[in-house]
Design a protein around this ligand. Sequence first.
Ligand SMILES: Cc1cc2nc3c(=O)[nH]c(=O)nc-3n(C[C@H](O)[C@H](O)[C@H](O)COP(=O)(O)O)c2cc1C
Length: 191
Amino acid sequence: MRSSDAHPQSLESLHGDIWDRLGQAAVDLAHPWRTPTLATAGPDHPDARVVVLREVDLHARALVCFSDSRTHKVGGLRIHPVATWCFYDPAQRIQLRARGETRVHVNNALTRQYWEKLPHSSRRLYATTPRPGERVLAPWEIPFGDHPAEQFAVLVTTVHELDWLQLKNEWHERARFRWDADSWEAHWACP
Ligand SMILES: Cc1cc2nc3c(=O)[nH]c(=O)nc-3n(C[C@H](O)[C@H](O)[C@H](O)COP(=O)(O)O)c2cc1C
């Protein structure tokens, strides 16, 4: 034992704990991992922005968020279909980065399934006539069109790498998990 507050954890239980936290974050609006940063390679430069974690599927290793199909991130993902999600819990001083191939779904069975469950107030967000990022006269003068469902995108990342870092008083703990064909390979890493 290296100190009184040390509770050595196996990599296997840590891995289970990570997916439990992700699953909680997808259903708990107040969870600090509910609004991660999603980083992508844009057409010209790397970019990062906050998104809402909508769904987590441990068996498919999938992380899901919604977006407007006309956004910069979607344009970038169509060229470079990889993303890194960065989650941070400030109270527990835990950072998790999850990387993987990221597919953009538009106007298909999957998007329709999520669209049906979206409240009308959220559907409206996808109905703007100007594209996200386009210059407008003022926020209160943005016109709305009639085909929001066609502008609704579902982004699904299939995670192949998890990088966990927890800051602690006496030492920091970092662990890496890599999907290798059909199972997770895990090791501790120097922070
Ligand atoms: C709390 C919060 C949650 C957000 N959730 C999403 C989201 O789930 N999907 C999304 O596309 N944009 C979301 N945004 C807006 C993005 O951060 C970003 O401004 C927008 O998607 C345009 O990004 P892009 O130009 O890099 O594509 C959110 C912003 C905030 C502040």
